[in-house]
Design a protein around this ligand. Sequence first.
Ligand SMILES: Cc1ncc(C[n+]2csc(CCOP(=O)(O)OP(=O)(O)O)c2C)c(N)n1
Length: 316
Amino acid sequence: MTRLALHRCMLLQRLVEERIVALYRQGRIAGSVYTGYMQEAVAAATGLALAPGDVVAPLNREQACHYARGVTPADVFRNFLGKGDGPTRGRDGNMHFGVPARGVFPLVSMLGDLVPVTVGAALAFKRRGEPRVALTYFGDGASSVGDVHEGLNLAAVWRVPAVFVVQSNQYAYSTPTERQMANTNLSERLTGGWSIPCVRVDGTDALAVYEVARDAVERARAGEGPQALEAVTLRGHGHAGHDAAAYVANELRLRFGDPIERLEARLRLDGLEEGELAALRDDAAAEVAAGLADAEAAPDPNPATLEDGVYATPLP
Ligand SMILES: Cc1ncc(C[n+]2csc(CCOP(=O)(O)OP(=O)(O)O)c2C)c(N)n1
């Protein structure tokens, strides 16, 4: 069951992002697009490792985590197309949205800022005695930001039920990890530097990430303090839609396999027939097509609501 859920969430991210890149190239999306191509296993597996009452703060590259929490492709398309009934009611045309009812925090663009936010949520759970966990992500680039250090430090001192997922995807913009930090082993830095146990895992292996994430979430829930995992991946596309990532060496591309193909190979070993796999792909494609049609038909925002949610209502 988990394997099929992993497959569905990963495939939805892959297919939705393909459509989003096409919409961007058609000039129908404002700003830029940032995909999690080839990192889908990490987002899906960590999202599915959480319980319904837990909270999560995903970044741009973790769209599959939204699907694991019950957000739909239609919600995502409505946001990208700036629709009036989308998650941000047309204020954003990207992944900068949350769905509080699903325990998904909105993305904060400032790198690293979701770490202290997540630590705050975990601290609230601890103080209230609630058996809930807060999980967030950060990249190798963000790992050098001050807010990350401050958040990790307090998480460890206060022993809050937080889980940190480090996406070691080899690049921050066009800067390779070895030009960002002297010690590129982020697990070592988390475990040795902040005393947060961190397990390094192959980020293209959805089942391995799921096992490690589930253990980390359950240890955090059991009161063992913050936990971490480092998923070693490759950012499959450039930093954003404008970046062809010509600076990424071919040897590096060959070293990392496609996480979806890898999971499908495993499903075949489990006995899934080609026809059954094709049906899973067709179901995901149909869900994505229906989500896009739904979003395209959705109303644009009413300009009269432009200032809603920006200014406090004046006192009489
Ligand atoms: C505090 C801050 N500094 C700089 C930026 C600009 N910026 C956005 S993404 C990025 C690179 C992030 O690299 P990494 O954390 O490795 O994540 P990846 O893009 O590889 O997923 C930078 C420098 C920002 N958003 N926030």
